[in-house]
Design a protein. Sequence first.
Length: 312
Amino acid sequence: MRLLLVGNYGVGNLGDEVLKEYFLRQFPEVEWLVVSANPLNGEYNRLPAGFRSFLRPWWRTIGAMRKSDGIVFGGGSLFTDTESVFACFLWCWHAFVARIFRKKIHLAFQGIGPFKTRLGKWCSRWVIARATSISVRDLSSKEQIELWEKNTKVVQTSDPVISLIQAENMDGSSKNVFIIIPRKNSTERFINKVCEWSKEREWDSLRILSLQPEDGEEQKMCRRINQVCGGEAEMRSVKTLADLSREVAQGSIVLSQRYHGALAAIALGKDFEVVEQKEGDKLSYLRGKSREELLGLVNIGEETLRMVWASK
């Protein structure tokens, strides 16, 4: 089976890159054709949605789609306009072209919503109404689309990245280390929480982990948070899942506004707290969850995908 894998790949965000790694590793029986914002060797450009993207060899992506058995939107919260309504339009555009070629659409381990615009919600509803299979990574996403038009049952699963984190191989730390994992657009509520926690007790070390270290806005945010911490925090770039696992394993508590930062804390048995960006944010779903519970949900998602693909 040959499938086109579409996600927010190639933008330097660790969580998205690990999701791509997960699909390539976990489903070796599939011939994956990866679509990326910045393609590596053998990958394909996103379909054009702006002037500069028309200058790239997007016609190769059209050719790959025609040769494929379907398109998979692989992991993450692709269908939300919290940061930009353009994202919903972009993924809808890829699904629309897939429909032109009568290809099946699969939404795998997706986060759906929240929405702040009618266009973002309309684009997402259009894709979901035409999907052959849908699995979502949290209860909020399932409730979001419960009354929407669909052609298939919605399966609740969990973010599959947790299955790549091997807790037993991580060396813990007895030090009193406060791990801070921001976003480039972290909210004032998150920054205030960092300030509050940094002063609550005497820390051996405060560490700010950047999961998108090549992004200038994220580096600016990390520097701002360091100022809140009195300039005493260590700022560390995290470029691989092994880096993230090692850093989180050395902490005593994690404060995260990134989904995969909190997920790593769960996988490694660390105390953690999340600060949602806005109401309906998927981060709240992770509170109180155990590694075993989330792995069980991931297994359900994997079994569902294999059954769907086997029945093609």
